[in-house]
Design a protein around this ligand. Structure first.
Ligand SMILES: [Zn+2]
Length: 314
């Protein structure tokens, strides 16, 4: 029913706004992407859908519910025009180090509170879905510590921390990276761990890397327990950083980019939200061979599911 606008030639935010001159064109675009395999009801999954002449309302012939194309997506209940959401998606996916909510608020003329919520909904959409296939082939694994310097925290957070008596907190982050096959880019996944213990690290590898893969790590002893399940090759960083193909340079490049985002864009991230920022970074990293416009459309294909404000601040 509605045409998909070809975003592939997008090179700027200006061109995105030209492609979507009004709200209806943005709605049509989302609908064309979301219903590319046919219309469906977000409530019961039924496919007998009636379309109203306002071009925004639909009704399910099975469960009789009325809905807009935003129902069941991260855009459900939003008061912001979709055009602003599209611009936010362009900004968060095009900027290598992400974007701060204060910056997004200024760029889109919205409040900082709604910019903060927009970015968190986008990070939610960017998460690695539970049905994603495990990484395989040649995979690097490594952990790092993020954060910890209270001087980088906002004053309000510092006061809060002082009151709670909490000590400076370093957050353990573990990542796995599938090395690039010919014509592809490497694929990364990263998660916070409760601690840097062997069982926590081993569980994270098992959950994300196919058994039988070649695992490249540093000399950290926790990885050696995985030798029955993986072809384990490790390099002792006390001796050298690269031994032929045995190194962890790929995942270390990812850490350094993430830390540049952390310090350069956000200054401080709480433990509670760290995984959301890691999702965002992985999303961009894993699609860095796409053009900015292509990435916007890819992102719009990932907007199923809701994240409510209540759930976010809980
Ligand atoms: Zn229905």
């Amino acid at each position: 029913m509605s045409k998909t606008v070809n975003l592939k030639s997008f090179k700027s935010l200006i061109e995105l706004f030209e492609a979507f001159p009004d709200e209806q064109s943005a709605i049509d675009h989302l609908r064309a992407l979301r219903w590319k395999n046919g219309a469906f009801c977000p409530y019961c999954g039924g496919t007998r859908i009636m379309h109203f002449s306002d071009k925004r309302t639909h009704k399910c012939s099975d469960c009789r519910q009325r809905f807009s194309i935003k129902v069941g997506t991260i855009f459900e209940d939003t008061k912001l025009p979709l055009r602003k959401w599209f611009a936010a998606i362009w900004l968060i996916t095009a900027h290598k180090k992400g974007i701060a909510s204060t910056q997004l608020a200024t760029d889109l003329s919205i409040t900082q509170k709604s910019a903060w919520f927009v970015l968190h909904r986008l990070r939610y959409a960017a998460r690695t879905k539970s049905f994603a296939r495990p990484l395989a082939g040649e995979v690097e694994a490594d952990s790092t510590f993020v954060g910890g310097n209270p001087r980088n925290k906002p004053l309000s957070k510092r006061a809060q921390l002082a009151k709670s008596g909490a000590k400076t907190e370093k957050i353990v982050v573990h990542g796995v990276m599938q090395r690039a096959a010919e014509g592809e880019v490497s694929q990364a996944r990263a998660f916070t761990l409760p601690n840097a213990s062997g069982p926590a690290i081993q569980a994270n590898v098992r959950a994300n890397v196919e058994p039988g893969s070649t695992l490249y790590t540093d000399a950290w002893r926790s990885y050696r327990k995985l030798k029955a399940e993986y072809v384990h090759k490790w390099v002792d960083h006390g001796v050298s950083y690269v031994d032929g193909t045995i190194h962890t340079n790929g995942i270390e490049g990812f850490w350094s980019l993430f830390k540049r985002q952390y310090h350069g864009t956000h200054h401080w991230i709480s433990r509670k939200h760290m995984d959301a920022y890691l999702n965002e970074m992985c999303y961009r990293w894993n699609r860095r061979d796409m053009g900015a416009g292509e990435r916007v459309n890819d992102f719009l294909g990932n907007v199923e599911g809701r994240l409510t404000y209540k759930a976010l601040i809980a």
